[in-house]
Write a protein that binds this ligand. Structure first.
Ligand SMILES: *[C@@H]1O[C@H](CO)[C@@H](O)[C@H](O)[C@H]1NC(C)=O
Ligand SMILES: *[C@@H]1O[C@H](CO)[C@@H](O)[C@H](O)[C@H]1NC(C)=O
Ligand SMILES: *[C@@H]1O[C@H](CO)[C@@H](O)[C@H](O)[C@H]1NC(C)=O
Ligand SMILES: *[C@@H]1O[C@H](CO)[C@@H](O)[C@H](O)[C@H]1NC(C)=O
Ligand SMILES: *[C@@H]1O[C@H](CO)[C@@H](O)[C@H](O)[C@H]1NC(C)=O
Ligand SMILES: *[C@@H]1O[C@H](CO)[C@@H](O)[C@H](O)[C@H]1NC(C)=O
Ligand SMILES: *[C@@H]1O[C@H](CO)[C@@H](O)[C@H](O)[C@H]1NC(C)=O
Ligand SMILES: *[C@@H]1O[C@H](CO)[C@@H](O)[C@H](O)[C@H]1NC(C)=O
Ligand SMILES: *[C@@H]1O[C@H](CO)[C@@H](O)[C@H](O)[C@H]1NC(C)=O
Ligand SMILES: *[C@@H]1O[C@H](CO)[C@@H](O)[C@H](O)[C@H]1NC(C)=O
Ligand SMILES: *[C@@H]1O[C@H](CO)[C@@H](O)[C@H](O)[C@H]1NC(C)=O
Length: 823
């Protein structure tokens, strides 16, 4: 999802600066110190040290560089006054710090999500007296960070830890458990009145209502919360916090001074909001002054619990998870969890640019930020099942994120699936997009379906061991496929029209949702039904398998064979909007691309009637992952298909910022030209993805882009809800995946690896032969999941000849629905 990307690109021309090179040098030095000499099984001992968290923190990536556990609920980080502060932070030093808040998302568009309960520290702020000024408001707290000699801000981040030096001389350090954070504020020596601010209401959207706040003047404990607006939907949610302070290495005692603040005015001795005569302010919280640690350096620890249930639960979360206020213990525990998880993927690095190694682990890292584990924090119903949130959105992540997770983290995958099913059982449909416990707007369709399908196809034999109920999973899929929801803008599909016509017509208005994105929704519904057919077949439900496979073929219903691209009569046949009577409307195939003469965008907009969401008709015409063989036929055969793919790249219709384009570089495989896919996918990495802070072309979309880059670097591309991975060559002489549920490691070896061409062009990178466990494998174009179940050694024979093929016979081509399917 990009949404705000265009605005940001316009604002952020400064994003192409010297810091790209500086980051590269920084990552080079970390990499070389962390990689062991090759020859040992574990070549990357500390993969967490290779993660660059600042990738995408400028230029609209909206990535979150703060501290979190893998899929942790608390994501504590710096907030800045940047217009692109969706994850709080901005890597550009011109933007100032405004607080350190406990909750964020990663890589989203929409309005700023979460960004709640900011803490702040003052060395001084005038008098603490009623209606004396102290710059407590968010605008008042606008403080530059210190800069390094490189011109970059003096900020540091590694998995589970973030630190910054503010120009006030205060150093801030942050680390996290699942539902709590611990902050350390180190004041300049000689600070006589160290003061701490707790901000209850600022959420980055100024949306708060009904604030509550209580301050214990003995202990200094502050608890409170408010109601806030969701970021990408119509709903609201309530959230609560509980903050305790402790001296780091000294007795802090009771606060010397305490009170509330409203805007820039402290209200001394006020311990709760009921005492305040002001009716409503969206700028309020608590202010406390503590005694310093003698005349030396004062470090104050702030332990912050968060809850979506109550302030009491926010306190108990903090007490349970950080009983000891031990910052270093929490930090090293977070690091260890990340290191173990990331270390399940191992690479050999001979002849590999260290920047590529860092790009792999940084990208893989970002696939484990969202969705977040909110188990125990669901205010809407009680359940013993896991509860995950921050599905933002499944439309972004279903294509690659869960397949990457399937390779190395099936336990988390299973818990997420259980959480999705539980939501369906209580709300009727699987979530498409969800944040802060509220339903968000759907983007393409019911994209929880391919996620459940992916889990079931890959792990059905382990489903009961992982506590995933096959019948509940199937029932959840059928609800999406068959039942029209009260409002398909928020969940489910326009199911009745889909069942009646086999496409979503442009000209039929129903009361229960907005009649937009009809063509892209048709394509998404077809793919989702394909994933349901895959599950049905495994469950032995033959009739359903056939029924949904047939519905998966409905993509042809919006294919108009006569539509051409203006000025390119040879590019003929396009997905187009269709009326209920069967006739077609016309949307310029260039619509929403950079070549669109009208420069239109296809973001979420209830007034759009063009039929497409975040992608041009040219891009969407390639979007039939379940049946590329049929698509090739519709487009006039292999050569015409290849010409069209080349046209898409050469004429700049490929859109690296948006998910519908993600598989296009790999599509040459289906036309028996895998070398062209290898080269295109490598060119895409070279052109658009790197380890600098502007190294993402658009929003990270909750790790969707991270997972896509990780697959490209691994030389694989997944097709969700199948056993198929398209095969190219990895950027490493060897890459392996340890899968805990199978207890097996699968290794892909590029036997005659000679390094990666820097611009992605040429090189000895084309696959001309494959062996699995020493036995020749029948295709150079795809691997079967079986290789990963067994823990195989996959050996690739590389050549510099781009004219390689998939191999002999039609079985060497990757499967498609119309050529026999995926059984
Ligand atoms: C750091 O650099 C930025 C951008 O040049 C500047 O706005 C900011 O004031 C600097 N910080 C300090 C403490 O000088
Ligand atoms: C950051 O703070 C500095 C110093 O107060 C100020 O000059 C600058 O305008 C601020 N930058 C922003 C983006 O607010
Ligand atoms: C901040 O300053 C301290 C010294 O006071 C230094 O050790 C640290 O590296 C600096 N940078 C960060 C991000 O903490
Ligand atoms: C701080 O320093 C002053 C002057 O040296 C001394 O009188 C005072 O006792 C010191 N205070 C503490 C708390 O150590
Ligand atoms: C969940 O259970 C608790 C404890 O019994 C109860 O107080 C709460 O109201 C329940 N929540 C919901 C949404 O039913
Ligand atoms: C599955 O459920 C059982 C019974 O509640 C529990 O003992 C077991 O730990 C669960 N396993 C997983 C992987 O969640
Ligand atoms: C495409 O053009 C052919 C030949 O003119 C015509 O027979 C056919 O009906 C057209 N199809 C559509 C969908 O317009
Ligand atoms: C047909 O498409 C045009 C161009 O996008 C649009 O202006 C018009 O509203 C569409 N007609 C209907 C009935 O949707
Ligand atoms: C890094 O990637 C960004 C985003 O695609 C691009 O704009 C920038 O030019 C790249 N930088 C380098 C040094 O390649
Ligand atoms: C890519 O790099 C190779 C080797 O340096 C060079 O020969 C070739 O011209 C480059 N191609 C492009 C498209 O930049
Ligand atoms: C690949 O095929 C093209 C077209 O047939 C040919 O021009 C080219 O020389 C071939 N490349 C190699 C390395 O054989």
């Amino acid at each position: 999802m990009k949404k705000l990307t265009f605005v940001l690109l316009a604002l952020c021309t400064w994003g192409f600066g010297a810091n790209a090179d500086v980051n590269l040098i920084a990552s080079l030095s970390t990499v070389s110190s962390a990689i062991q000499p090759s020859g040992t099984t574990v070549t990357i001992k500390d993969p967490a040290s290779l993660v660059n968290l600042f990738i995408g923190t400028r230029n609209g990536g909206h990535t979150f560089p703060g501290a979190t556990l893998p899929h942790g609920m608390v994501k504590v980080g710096m907030d800045t006054n940047s217009p692109g502060n969706h994850a709080g932070y901005d890597g550009d030093p011109q933007f100032n710090a405004t607080g350190f808040s406990q909750l964020h998302d990663d890589g989203t568009g929409g309005a700023v999500p979460l960004s709640l309960f900011k803490l702040w520290a003052f060395t001084s702020c005038g008098q603490f007296d009623t209606f004396e000024e102290c710059q407590t408001s968010i605008a008042g707290r606008n403080v530059p960070r210190k800069n390094l000699s490189t011109g970059l801000p003096d900020d540091f981040a590694e998995p589970g830890y973030f630190a910054s030096n503010l120009s006030t001389g205060i150093r801030v350090e942050l680390t996290a458990t699942r539902r709590a954070a611990i902050h350390r504020y180190t004041f300049p020596s000689g600070t006589r009145n160290p003061r701490m601010v707790v901000d209850i209401t600022n959420d980055g959207q100024q949306s708060s209502t009904d604030p509550i706040m209580d301050l214990d003047s003995e202990t200094g404990r502050v608890s409170g919360g408010a109601s806030f607006a969701a970021s990408f939907g119509p709903g609201r949610y309530r959230a609560f916090t509980c903050v305790d302070f402790k001296g780091d290495g000294f007795e802090l005692g009771s606060p010397r001074e305490f009170g509330a603040w409203l805007g820039n005015f402290p209200v001394r001795q006020t311990t709760n909001l009921h005492q305040l005569y002001t009716s409503f302010r969206d700028e309020l919280g608590s202010l406390l002054t503590f005694a310093p640690n003698g005349n030396g350096t004062t470090s104050i620890l702030a332990r912050v619990g968060v809850s979506f249930i109550s302030p009491e639960q926010a306190c108990s979360n903090a007490e349970e998870e950080i009983p000891d206020f031990d910052f270093e213990r929490v930090k090293s525990s977070a690091w260890a969890q990340w290191n173990e998880l990331l270390g399940r993927i191992q690479v050999k690095t001979d002849n590999v640019d260290p920047e590529i190694v860092s790009l792999l682990y940084s990208s893989s890292y970002r696939t484990h930020i969202s969705p977040a584990d909110y188990t125990g924090e669901n205010p809407k119903w009680n359940s013993t099942e896991p509860y995950y949130d921050s599905f933002y959105c499944n439309w972004d992540t279903y294509r690659t994120l869960y397949s990457w997770m399937a390779l190395h983290d099936p336990d988390t995958f299973a818990r997420i699936v259980r959480g999705l099913i539980n939501i369906q059982q209580h709300e009727g449909w699987l979530p498409e997009c969800r944040g802060a416990t509220a339903q968000h707007f759907i983007q393409g369709g019911s994209n929880g379906d391919p996620i459940l399908g992916e889990f079931f196809v890959k792990f059905h034999e382990h489903a009961s061991a992982l506590n995933v109920s096959a019948s509940a999973l199937y029932a959840a899929l059928l609800a999406d496929a068959e039942d029209q929801p009260p409002n398909w803008d928020l969940q489910g599909r326009q199911a009745n029209m889909w069942k009646k016509l086999g496409y979503i017509p442009s000209d039929v208005w129903e009361p229960s949702g907005t009649n937009t994105k009809q063509v892209s929704r048709t394509l998404e519904y077809a793919f989702s039904d394909f994933t349901i057919s895959q599950v049905a077949k495994i469950l032995g439900k033959k009739a359903d398998g056939t029924k949904y496979a047939k519905r998966a073929g409905n993509f042809v219903n919006v294919f108009n064979p006569n539509t051409t691209v203006p000025g390119h009569d040879d590019i003929k046949g396009m997905m187009q909007p269709r009326f209920a009577d069967g006739t077609f409307n016309f949307t310029d195939p260039r619509h929403c691309s950079v070549n669109d003469p009208e420069q239109s965008t296809c973001f979420l907009n209830a007034a759009n009637v063009d039929g497409f969401y975040e992608g041009s008709p040219i891009v969407y015409t390639q979007y039939v992952p379940q049946d590329t063989a049929r698509l090739i036929q519709l487009q006039g055969g292999n050569q015409k298909f290849i010409d069209r793919l080349n046209f898409i790249f050469n004429e700049n219709f490929f859109d690296s910022t948006d998910e519908p384009s993600q598989q296009i570089p790999f599509m040459y495989h289906y036309a028996n030209r895998p070398g062209l896919s290898t080269q295109r996918s490598r060119q895409v990495i070279a052109e658009f993805y790197n380890t600098s802070s502007n190294g993402l072309p658009g929003n990270d979309d909750s790790g969707a882009m991270g997972s896509y880059v990780a697959f490209y670097l691994a030389g694989l591309y997944p097709l969700p809800a199948t056993r198929q991975f398209l095969l190219s060559s990895p950027f490493f002489p060897e890459i392996s995946f340890f899968n805990p549920i199978f207890g097996k490691t699968t290794t892909i070896k590029a036997n005659n690896f000679k390094g990666n061409p820097t611009n992605g062009t040429g090189g000895t990178v084309f696959v001309k032969g494959v062996k699995i466990d020493g036995v020749p494998w029948g295709s150079n174009c795809f691997l079967d999941w079986n290789a990963f179940i067994k823990g195989s050694v996959v050996e690739l024979d590389l050549t510099d000849n781009i004219n390689v093929t998939c191999g002999k016979g039609s079985d060497a081509l990757p499967p498609s629905l119309s050529t026999g399917g995926y059984d």
